[in-house]
Design a protein around this ligand. Structure first.
Ligand code: ADP
Length: 851
């Protein structure tokens, strides 16, 4: 058996092999050690002749799924090796074979998936100057392909993969560079595998879809894309994964949707927050009023990929408006959606042969609701919603079959009967009748035999060794009739059987066994019936997802008081005009009315705003709300503002300074500069850039110089930009560049306290109120006192008239300055000095005079 184990294992390198032995799945050798560690189960061993003791670890087969899910979640691949012949009839060693390899990107089992997110298997086929990229979510049947080409193909490939955040990504063995880069970017499991040739890939795709050409999918001219997609199918094949429900594929262009890079999506907290990566306090949480898992997943995708083209955006906005306008229709629609479950994943379960009878009953319940949804959406059925309605198929044939075939409340197990509705299948009914008759006979036997024999205490019993028996107390044994055959003696009684009893028993057991077996086969047929209708049901599921996502945006709009954004066309550059804008997420958590609205006006003659103000005054909030409002508009959502006029932006960039990426071994400043470089390379006059505290990870003057030159560069290019900073010196930019303005977030000083007003006003400020904020944060009094002293000294130095000379700002002393320190510096015979050097000098001076 060990030889069988290790021989099988050779054929599945890089996987843990779980082999069915009796009631366990066993791991041996190194796999046993790995599994024992990962699962926290006992490691035992088994003697193997001259080879000594082989490590061994096992999990009970009835709980295997739970354990395997843990392994897959930890990033292992697990090959399941089952017995493929009946152990009862096998001669010698039972034949075993791998029936399934589970990998993070190919699982469909519910407990291994997160219902709120897709579980994508990605594949990238790079070539000189381009790449084909494909994504498949086996658990929903969604299959996507795109291609990139050009100088930045590699970068865009990486970005696209990162955007989908797949569970697993296939790369060709020779793609070393991409492999290295991808490893730094995502935590996805990367599997290197020989890629399908274009021809092999196309054949596999056509076979999968049952078509003779790939033209219907727009794939005929996409060789790299086909290779990427075909390799996914090849990989499924290698891992023995059934994918009957994957029956179509969608090609898409990267140009129709906005590319949000990782740092931007992260700093705007679109679908994951920055504190723990969860959903709390994100835009997604704020907008998510979806009622179905597929609607929730679609809304997440919409948020992650805002639209670029005005007519597409308007189409979504129209649908949201219609839905928002009719609260009654929306409530009714939400009522139906509420009763729907994860149709896509139920169909996928049937397609890959994993669903049980309860899954199909759930699907039946869902399909039965389709007509209701159609009726309830009638009133808002225009544009996008009408298109979605047209894609709803009632699938009455499947529904009828499931109603007739499946019992109302079948058990979880598929092998114990009770799944099929009586009257559906004649032979099955016959077995049930036989079983019932047999049972009835046995049930009545006690009474009939008692009266026939006069043994009042006669009992019918059952044990697993010899089945049904008649038990007679020792005292009445004399009355036992001739046809009783003695089988067993127990303490106070004798046990007998009769030929008639055994006949009936055989009928019962035989009929039951045949019935269970037949039920399973009938069920498998029903499951196939669903699988063969997968395309229709899935089309409907996607239409439902769209209706759900639209109603969610409408619900958010009406619950949270959003308005429809007005799109303006703007050829030369972006336009962002927001009156009374609010931060959707902060507002949602503070409660309506508790948020101070602010205006934004960017574009044309004003493209760069330098925003200053103390800590905690609301600078970041203001920056992010502007970016979020612009993105929400392009998602097709209403926006938190009194009024918003926006031109569709080509990109949005957001950078929040000073964040260590310790995990990837990069310093704060390096990360900041890499991200800044990306913006400077890609931002156009039709983009929006928000920069929060950029340039803080280095020495003050280095940082100021870099912040200065970045701001200046963006201003000269005319990219709409909001730049929040504590470098008040940047306010000087407005004097030299016409399209730059200074804003500040207002505060009121109240004794030693600062009162935050959160109001953005024109004009810069030169105070940061750092010490006041530190006091409010509870920094000890003597530290604060000392800080105030140092500040006074520093400001004393700063009062030495200075001039900032960008891009390398330093203090320059004016000749007529007569302060102590100025005189001392002149004695030193230097032209310039930094404030820190001046402070040290001042300290020395003080010490000298004290002496
Ligand atoms: P800064 O970037 O200036 O340090 P933040 O933008 O982080 O300040 O804001 C600090 C806190 O102030 C936020 O967490 C939020 O609770 C509150 N806040 C910011 N802006 C507003 C506003 N416009 N209305 C109400 N509260 C606000």
């Amino acid at each position: 058996m060990l030889r069988q184990y290790f021989a099988t294992k050779c054929r599945y390198p890089g996987t843990l092999l779980a082999m069915r032995v009796g009631d366990f799945y066993e791991f041996y050798g190194e796999d046993a050690e790995t599994a024992a560690r990962a699962l926290e189960i006992t490691l035992t061993g088994r003697e193997d002749g001259p080879n000594g003791r082989v490590p061994m670890a096992g999990v009970p087969f009835h709980a295997a799924q739970k354990y395997i899910a843990i392994l897959v979640k930890q990033g292992f691949k697990v090959a399941i090796c089952d017995q493929v012949e009946d152990p009862k009839t096998a001669k010698g060693l039972v034949e075993r074979a791998v029936t399934r390899v589970l990998t993070p990107g190919t699982v469909v089992e519910g407990e291994m998936l997160d219902s709120g997110a897709n579980n994508f298997l990605a594949s990238a086929a790079p070539y000189e100057g381009g790449a084909g990229i494909s994504f498949l979510d086996l658990s929903t049947g969604e299959f996507l392909v795109t291609e990139v080409a050009g100088d930045d193909a590699q970068e865009r490939t990486l970005q696209e993969i990162a955007r989908f955040n797949p569970a697993e990504c296939l790369l060709p063995e020779e793609a070393d560079e991409l492999y290295g880069l991808l490893g730094k970017l995502v935590t996805t499991m990367v599997t290197r595998t020989p890629f399908a040739s274009v021809r092999d890939a196309k054949n596999r795709l056509m076979r999968q879809f049952g078509t003779s050409s790939l033209a219907p999918f727009g794939l005929e001219n996409m060789d790299a894309g086909s290779s990427a997609a075909g390799t996914i199918l090849k990989y499924l094949d290698q891992n023995e994964v059934q994918a009957a429900h994957v029956d179509h594929l969608t090609t898409y262009s990267l140009d129709s949707r906005m590319r949000l890079d990782g740092p931007t999506a992260r700093s705007l907290e679109l679908v994951a927050n920055m504190s723990d990566g969860g959903k709390r306090m994100t835009l997604r949480e704020t907008l998510d009023f979806t009622k179905t898992p597929m609607g929730g997943r679609l809304l997440k995708r919409w948020i992650e990929e805002p639209l670029l083209e005005a007519d597409q955006i308007e189409r979504r906005l129209d649908a949201v408006e219609a839905m928002a306008a009719s609260g009654l229709a929306r409530d009714e629609i939400r009522g139906v959606l509420h009763n729907l479950s994860d149709v896509e994943r139920l169909v996928a379960g049937a397609g890959s042969g994993f669903s049980n009878a309860r899954d199909l009953v759930a699907l039946r319940k869902n399909i039965a609701l389709f007509p209701d949804l159609l009726a309830k959406t009638h009133r808002v059925g225009r544009g996008l919603i009408e298109d979605a309605r047209k894609r709803i198929e009632l699938c009455e044939d499947v529904l009828g079959e499931l109603f007739r075939g499946l019992a109302d409340d079948p058990p979880f197990s598929l092998r114990e009967g009770g799944i099929i509705r009586p009257g559906y299948h004649h032979a099955l009914d016959e077995f049930h009748r036989m079983s019932l008759e047999g049972r009835k006979f046995i049930a009545e036997l006690e009474a009939t035999e008692r009266s026939r024999t006069g043994i009042e205490k006669l009992k019918v019993g059952y044990n697993s060794v010899f089945g049904y028996f008649l038990e007679v107390p020792k005292a009445q044994v004399a009355k036992v009739p001739e046809n009783y055959i003695r089988k067993q003696t127990v303490a106070n009684a004798e046990r007998y059987i009769t030929a008639e009893l055994k006949d009936h028993e055989a009928n019962v057991l035989g009929a039951d066994e045949k019935a269970f077996d037949l039920e399973y086969r009938i069920f498998a047929k029903l499951r196939e019936c669903v699988a063969s209708a997968a395309a229709r049901i899935n089309r409907t599921a996607r239409a439902i997802a769209e209706i759900d996502a639209v109603q969610s945006l409408a619900e958010a709009a009406s619950m949270r008081g959003y308005v429809r954004p007005e799109l303006v066309s703007c050829e030369e550059g972006g336009r962002i005009e927001i009156e009374g804008g609010r931060h959707p997420v902060v507002e949602a958590h503070k409660g309506l009315g508790a948020f101070v609205p602010n205006d934004t006006d960017l574009g044309d003659d004003l493209t760069l705003v330098i925003l200053t103000g103390p800590n905690m005054s609301g600078k970041s909030t203001y920056l992010r709300q502007t970016a979020l409002i612009a993105l929400m508009a392009q998602i097709g959502s209403f926006v938190p503002a009194k009024r918003a006029r926006l031109s569709p932006l080509d990109r949005v960039f957001a950078r929040i300074g000073a964040r260590d990426e310790l995990a990837s071994g990069q310093s704060t400043f390096m990360v900041e500069m890499t991200e800044a470089a990306n913006i400077l390379h890609h931002a156009t006059p039709r983009s929006l850039v928000i920069l929060d505290e950029i340039g803080r990870g280095t020495s003050t003057y280095d940082g100021l110089a870099i912040a200065w030159s970045i701001a200046e560069h963006l201003a000269r290019r005319g990219t709409p930009t909001l730049f929040a900073t504590h470098y008040h010196q940047l306010n000087a930019l407005a004097e030299s560049l016409p399209n730059v303005a200074n804003y500040r977030v207002a505060v009121r000083e109240d004794g030693e306290q600062v009162v935050w007003l959160h109001k953005v006003l024109e004009g810069g400020t030169d105070r940061s109120y750092g010490i006041q904020v530190a006091r409010m944060a509870g920094v000890p009094r003597d530290v604060l006192r000392r800080a105030a002293e140092v500040l006074a000294d520093l400001e004393g130095v700063a009062r030495v008239p200075v001039e900032i000379a960008p891009p390398s700002p330093q203090l320059t002393l004016f000749r007529e300055d007569e302060s102590d320190i100025a005189r001392r510096i002149r004695e030193m015979d230097v032209e310039t000095i930094t404030p820190i050097e001046a402070l040290i000098l001042l300290d020395n001076l003080k010490r000298e005079s004290a002496k």
